[in-house]
Ligand binder design. Structure first.
Ligand code: AMP
Length: 143
């Protein structure tokens, strides 16, 4: 299974913010949309960072509620690991495990084209395993 197949069902909408966005606004967005991360992009839809709930927890631990007054630029991860449409489920799982993060923006032609979360990966993997088991059962029944 590929990233393109996952996104064909999930859709390609990604919530983005500007680097000047107040952290408090990002907290509100994460809560309202029930998501774990937002991508920070520039005027040309290029990725310049990612902010997840973990970054929010870190700034709260460090500075308390006053930490939420800053701009998202101060807490975003700038070196963002991405994936592409043709990458496989296995490659995505490996990248998330190796990087110890749960979100992978999808880039096509230098532009943000979706996002895959650990939830999408687990769902796709379970479906894959169930499909393989069904095929195996059908094959055994035929023998
Ligand atoms: P997460 O597990 O996605 O909540 O993120 C854990 C940490 O990794 C946070 O500091 C994020 O900013 C960072 N992070 C999340 N996704 C990525 C990514 N694709 N590339 C680089 N860093 C990331």
């Amino acid at each position: 299974m590929t990233v393109a197949a996952i996104l064909a069902r999930k859709g390609r909408d990604v919530l983005t913010v500007r680097k000047e966005t107040p952290i408090a606004d990002v907290v509100r967005l994460l809560g309202e949309r029930r998501i774990g991360a937002v991508v920070v992009s520039d005027d040309f839809h290029r990725i310049i960072g990612i902010v997840s709930e973990r970054d929010i927890v870190r700034v709260l631990a460090r500075s308390g509620p006053a930490g939420l007054e800053g701009a998202v630029e101060a807490i975003m991860t700038q070196k963002v690991v991405t994936c592409a449409d043709q990458d496989t489920l296995h490659e995505v799982m490996e990248r998330m495990t190796h990087g110890r993060f749960r979100h992978l923006p999808v880039v096509e032609d230098g532009r943000l084209a979706g996002i895959v979360s650990i939830g999408d990966v687990v769902k796709a993997r379970i479906e894959q395993v169930e499909r393989e088991a069904d095929e195996m059962r059908a094959y055994i029944a035929m023998a």
